[in-house]
Design a protein around this ligand. Structure first.
Ligand code: XMP
Length: 516
């Protein structure tokens, strides 16, 4: 793989995705990894990410400098560019001149990195320190009004760097910088695509599972739909898909899985009605993390129950169900602290909340993939667009969209409100513009309203439309007022106990997408 060394900002994942978009497989490693650990992964390229710090700050994230002696083509970006410059004998100065946002860069010499690019271009900067002198043997490729060394190269050592962020779309020729580095400087072919991923994962799954039986957690969401289809592709009827109706589903979801999905894949499906079990387990609980843990635990318990039922039915020896498929994605792994040295932000139920007495060995064929890649694979596997194109929906479902205790009554209210919002957004053709639009019930809040002749004292519904590329960062979507108005009118008129609809206008960070 190409390794993206994470210096602790949000950029590493974006870089990793852009590298994959260029057809080269990439993985993220923390900056604390030793040169030996990095070498052990057999990197064909290394990219040092941007970071939040100044190389002169106390506790600035550092790198095992032996990484520069591995003889692997290396590209430093922003902070990573400065770390590289300093380590190889260049000069990094704190001039007090900051560049932030859109900046004009002038190409001095194209070299391999900036080959074919215009002499003047718009790049995205975010830095205080600057490289004031390139290390010996390095050629300066670009400068800006304030930064004498904005990009450099040493073709002999195959070391490259840019001060700007080529991974963000605001840098006009950013993707081309990455492609030049990957294809020209490092000589890597663009041969990583969804077809290869399927072939590779199918082989892996067969190897892990052998002739064993597998059950799959089907939730109706994209991730579990694709991981299940992938495992089905690998082992056919050794797989049984289990759909747990935990009562935290959206309107119509159960039918969609039981009918559409089964029709398109031919997967064997068992539905477990666990609505009561989940409600009982969640009774009296308002704390979000506790809810997530309970839901995760009950999920697994439901599957174990199916397992023992199946085993009881099975006459032959060795018919035991040992494997469980989960649609865990790469961002879940990284955000749960399993990838880089990143803080644990939330226990995503499919990673952090697993019970310790887990009875299954996990099969996680999407563990290295980003969402858009999962969709591409789903399409390649022939899943219907209605399933592959769906907005993300969290595993814990509506359970983490009721702020307060989860009850059957509150679920009913939220389900209706959510169905209205979804229908109107789809009708207005906004599905592609938004990443998702959680609809949240503030069950512990009441406000006064008036309807007909009477005073009401009901609950607010929050609309949380967000635009995002990967859910790591997001902005609130500027939905048209008439669509918002329609949703608000319909919800307050059609859903009992709701007398107010409010709009969440917070980006992520600081807000997460979900309220819990
Ligand atoms: P946050 O709220 O962390 O959400 O900004 C980021 C994305 O992840 C989804 N999400 C989850 N998905 N299990 C999941 O499978 C979970 O526990 C979970 N929590 C949040 C969320 O909907 C958003 O797309």
């Amino acid at each position: 793989p190409v390794l993206v060394v994470d210096f602790g900002a949000q950029y590493a994942q974006l870089i990793a995705r852009r590298v994959r978009e260029a057809g080269v497989y990439s993985e993220i490693v923390p900056h604390t990894a030793s040169a030996q650990e990095i070498a052990a992964k057999n990197p064909v390229g290394i990219i040092l990410s941007g970071g939040p710090s100044s190389v002169y700050e106390d506790g600035a994230p550092s790198l095992d400098l032996d990484v520069f002696d591995l003889d692997v083509p290396t590209l430093g970006i922003c902070y990573g560019f400065q770390v590289m410059a300093k380590a190889l004998g260049g000069e990094v100065a704190n001039t007090g001149l900051r560049e932030y946002g859109a900046t004009d860069a002038t190409v001095v010499t194209e070299g391999m990195l900036l080959q074919g690019q215009p002499a003047e271009q718009n790049v995205w900067m975010s830095h205080g320190d600057q490289v004031s002198r390139a290390p010996e043997g390095f050629e300066v490729l670009a400068r800006t009004a304030h930064t004498p060394v904005a990009a450099f190269a040493n073709d002999t050592r195959r070391m490259y760097g840019v001060q700007w962020h080529p991974e963000v779309k605001h840098s006009d020729h950013g993707q081309n910088v990455l492609e030049n580095f990957l294809h020209k400087a490092a000589g890597l072919p663009a041969d990583w695509n969804s077809g290869n991923v399927i072939a590779e994962q199918v082989a892996r799954i067969r190897e892990q599972v052998g002739t064993g039986r597998v059950i799959s957690a089907l939730s109706g969401g994209v991730d579990s739909a694709v991981s299940t289809a992938l495992v089905h592709e690998a082992v056919g009827d050794q797989l049984i898909a289990v759909f747990v109706d935990h009562g935290l589903l959206r309107k119509g979801e159960r039918e969609q899985v039981e009918n559409d999905y089964v029709a398109s894949t031919g997967v064997k499906l068992i539905t477990v009605d666990a609505r009561e079990t989940f409600l009982n387990a969640l009774a009296g609980v308002s704390d979000p993390e506790q809810k997530r843990k309970i839901i995760g635990r009950e999920f697994i318990r439901a599957f174990e129950k199916v397992q023992s039922d199946l085993v009881a039915e099975a006459k032959a020896e060795g018919e035991q169900v040992r494997f469980l498929v989960q649609g865990t994605l790469y961002p879940d792994v990284v955000e749960s602290g399993g990838g880089a040295g990143t803080a644990n932000i939330k226990s995503h139920h499919n990673v952090g909340g697993l019970p310790e007495d887990l009875q299954f060995e996990l099969v996680e064929p999407l563990r290295t993939l980003f969402k858009d890649e999962v969709r591409a694979i789903g399409r390649e596997l022939g899943l219907p667009e209605a399933i592959v194109g769906r907005q993300p929906f969290p595993g814990p479902g509506l359970g983490i969209r009721i702020v307060g205790e989860v009850t059957a009554d509150r679920l009913e209210i939220l389900r209706e409100a959510d169905a209205i919002a979804r229908a109107e957004l789809t009708k207005a053709g906004l599905d592609d513009e938004i990443w998702q639009c959680p609809v949240v019930l503030l069950a512990d809040v009441r406000s006064v309203g008036v309807q007909g002749d009477g005073r009401t004292y009901g609950h607010p519904i929050v609309l949380r439309p967000v635009s995002s590329e990967d859910a790591m960062t997001a902005d609130w979507t500027r939905l048209p007022y008439d669509v918002l108005s329609k949703i608000s009118n319909r919800i307050t008129n059609e859903v009992r106990d709701v007398n107010r609809v409010v709009l969440d206008v917070t980006s992520k960070p600081p807000g997460t997408i979900e309220w819990e």
